[in-house]
Design a protein around this ligand. Structure first.
Ligand code: ADP
Ligand code: MG
Length: 715
């Protein structure tokens, strides 16, 4: 049975011995000399036949219909008409000189006009002859006109032989100047199809995926030179599916290979710790999503390979409980666990809540972070080394080399977007067999993006909130109504609630200055004077002790208002806080706004989020705020974010070849992506080495491909 390593060796051999026609340099194409080749390379990155083949037309000019002149309206763009040419005349002098003519059919007359190349046109057109005319219609003084039309003498049977949907390719000004406009690139493509044949584009899909799907060769031809709109659509569908399917097959193969080659601790049983907790101390019923994810984790850790699971859950979906249950499974199998958080505040909070949940359980738990005192630190280090401490919660203090475990079996990393890959790698060094890793993030990524960007990881999605939560009411207000916003906040506080004021000051940098924050603080203070009201403040310039103290005062309801920067963004849990005011909300991205808002809506009371912005904001900012007001669903918001910004920018996506699709678009082609994913999974699951006859074409294709991504990793 060949392994993937064998396949990679095959790939190398293949590259040495074969060179397909499609890999020929572009200058070998008829009509492309060295000069044109240079231009095509520089301007459009077209180096080979294959590149030209994949330079797809962005639209087609529809020459299937011939309109009657009377039916032309200003809404039309390109039109095709047929008529007799008459009334050629020259108008104007010097620079305003032009030639016009009339084209007449049974229904009416339209004007044709030329401003350039007049002499040549004049020589080549004949009055009184019928022509087929194509061009963009414009209206001038209420009269329809076509400037610089394409024309050819009309012959009755010509329509049958023409390519009626004419491809339009992107070109550049420089190329146009050298005689390579959209149309001429079309000619090159046409030539290309005369030089290549079906054997250059062999089928790569197994036959069961070809039912109701266009064949590969046919699809490439039809996407460039379709014989009808319907054929074009089928060709496009086929090639989009192929693109997504191949990417998914690759991701599956990488995943299978990683599982095969990564040894991991075997957590065979679910024992007393887990069961006792589940039956006696679990304070609520788990949501369906939580149950599903715990099951996935249990399956992962029982397989003998290292789990590397990404858990995406919307804010408030209850990820901490997942972490705890996974840690209990580790403990049942005699392993220690660590839970890492990106900030001291969060680590402290996790520690407190786990300690509370586990107070009746025989589990020793410790908190280790930068501010941990020397004596306590010494005790923890010893406990970890001797396995008298089972769970340790902390910040990246945990990954310092001095921290050694007797038996680390599981590392949970919370809010991953603040935790670098390099830091995670240091965890591996703490054991010969690396611990299982569960990365939790509350920055939802649209499903489709996750499927393509993280398809080689194991990932879980929690898109269900615990029952009984009241949706947060979100409104957008302009700064001009700040006074009434303050009044509203006051009413809420007088009811016993607490409130956040957030400023877009990100650590030390940009957006708002530190002075602005202080000014904001003073302003809040003037609305909420002491001693009736108490305010605490957290920001990036404070040391962790100060932050902690101020947070603590808010948490224990000693202060009613917390003024802060995005430091409070992640994880902070104060259920009594039910109002959040976000200042200069237009300066935040969607996912960050969503994260921030997730700090309220954690208790039984109705919660509010008020987005304050200046009066003058751009269209996109408006769209963001509108989205926030219309939904609380993090996955929907992420999708909107993706649509607004495009996939390149989304946090947490890796540089992944999976995003460089030529035809597929993960926003629009969701259905195809789901189909491709399902098909790829089934296929790889059944035949992970692609050995069956049915999968021979696919295997041959993957081997022949200059495997840039994925396979390179395997070799
Ligand atoms: P996040 O996913 O944002 O980290 P948390 O783990 O902080 O969410 O959970 C948010 C709140 O929901 C916590 O107060 C937690 O105790 C509570 N919670 C978690 N799971 C459930 C559940 N199944 N039913 C009710 N409340 C839950
Ligand atoms: Mg959390």
């Amino acid at each position: 049975m060949p392994s993937f390593r064998d396949i990679c060796i095959e790939i190398k051999k293949y590259r040495l011995t074969t060179a397909s026609l499609l890999s020929s340099p572009i200058e070998y194409l008829k009509g492309v000399g060295p000069l044109r080749a240079d231009m095509l390379k520089k301007e459009l990155n077209l180096f080979t036949f294959n590149d030209l083949l994949h330079h797809f037309p962005h639209r087609h000019l529809d020459k299937t219909k011939v309109m009657s002149i009377a039916s032309i309206t200003p809404e039309q763009d390109y039109i095709q008409i047929k008529g007799v040419l008459q009334g050629i005349e020259m108008i104007g002098i010097k620079r305003s000189k032009r030639m016009v003519a009339q084209l007449k059919d049974e229904t009416g007359i339209i004007e044709l006009a030329w401003f350039q190349g007049i002499t040549w046109v004049q020589k080549n057109i004949v009055e009184g002859q019928p022509y087929l005319v194509f061009g963009r219609v414009s209206f001038f003084n209420g009269k329809a006109q076509i400037v610089h039309p394409e024309m050819e003498p009309y012959v009755a049977q010509m329509m049958a032989q023409k390519s009626l949907l004419e491809p339009v390719y992107s070109s550049t000004e420089k190329l146009k100047a050298r005689g390579l406009n959209a149309k001429q690139i079309g000619k090159l493509t046409y030539t290309l199809f005369q030089q290549i044949s079906q054997k250059d584009l062999p089928e790569n899909l197994p036959s069961h995926l070809l039912e109701n799907r266009m064949g590969r060769w046919e699809a490439y031809r039809q996407i460039h030179f379709p014989s009808s709109q319907d054929h074009y659509k089928k060709a496009l569908d086929r090639l989009i599916f192929e693109e997504l399917f191949i990417a998914q097959v690759r991701l599956n193969l990488i995943k299978i290979d990683r599982h095969k080659n990564s040894k991991g601790h075997l957590f065979e049983k679910v024992g007393d710790h887990f069961n006792t907790f589940y039956n006696k101390y679990l304070p609520f019923e788990l949501t369906g999503a939580q149950k599903r994810v715990i099951k996935q984790i249990r399956q992962d850790v029982a397989k003998g390979y290292q789990m590397n699971r990404l858990l995406q859950g919307d804010v408030g979906s209850g990820k901490t409980m997942i972490a705890l249950m996974a840690m209990l499974i580790a403990a049942d199998n005699g392993f220690q666990s660590c839970l890492m958080a990106p900030t001291e505040i969060l680590a402290g909070q996790h520690y407190e809540s786990l300690k509370e949940l586990l107070k009746e359980m025989p589990i020793e738990i410790a908190l280790l972070r930068g501010s941990t005192k020397v004596g306590e630190r010494r005790r923890i280090l010893k406990g970890l080394l001797e396995d008298t401490i089972h769970f340790v919660v902390g910040t990246h203090a945990i990954i310092e080399d001095i921290v050694q475990f007797k038996n680390l079996g599981l590392a949970v990393i919370d809010e991953q977007h603040r935790f670098g890959v390099a830091q995670r790698a240091r965890l591996w060094k703490k054991a010969i067999i690396p611990p299982h890793v569960l990365v939790m993030t509350a920055t939802p990524i649209p499903r489709t993006l996750a499927m393509t960007a993280f398809g080689d990881l194991d990932y879980s999605i929690m898109d269900e909130l615990p029952p009984g939560r009241q949706p947060i009411k979100t409104v957008h207000r302009y700064e001009t109504s700040r006074a009434s916003v303050m009044d509203f906040v006051k009413t809420e506080i007088n009811k016993g609630r607490q409130a956040y004021y957030v400023y877009p000051l990100i650590e030390e940098s940009e957006k708002l200055s530190y002075e602005d924050l202080m000014q904001g603080y003073e302003q809040v203070k003037s609305f909420f004077p002491e001693p009736t009201y108490k305010i605490s403040m957290v920001h990036g310039r404070q040391n962790s002790k100060e932050k902690e103290t101020n947070m603590h005062r808010f948490k224990t309801a000693d202060t009613q208002i917390l003024v802060g920067t995005t430091v409070i963004e992640v994880g902070v849990n104060v259920p009594n806080a039910s109002v959040m005011v976000i200042e200069s909300a237009e300066k935040f991205g969607l996912s960050q706004l969503h994260q921030l808002r997730g700090r309220v809506g954690r208790g039984m009371e109705q919660s509010y989020c008020i987005l304050l912005s200046s009066v003058k904001i751009g269209r996109e900012a408006k769209e963001r705020l509108k989205t926030m007001c219309s939904t609380n669903d993090g996955f929907l918001i992420a999708e909107k974010d993706l649509a607004l910004r495009g996939p390149g920018d989304i946090d947490g996506t890796r540089q992944s070849g999976a995003l460089n699709f030529k035809l597929a678009n993960i926003i629009n082609d969701k259905v195809a992506l789901e189909l491709a994913k399902e098909a790829a999974f089934l296929l790889c699951d059944k035949d992970p080495n692609l050995q069956s006859t049915e999968n021979e074409p696919l295997r041959a294709y993957l081997i022949a491909q200059k495997a840039k991504i994925g396979w390179g990793k395997i070799a």
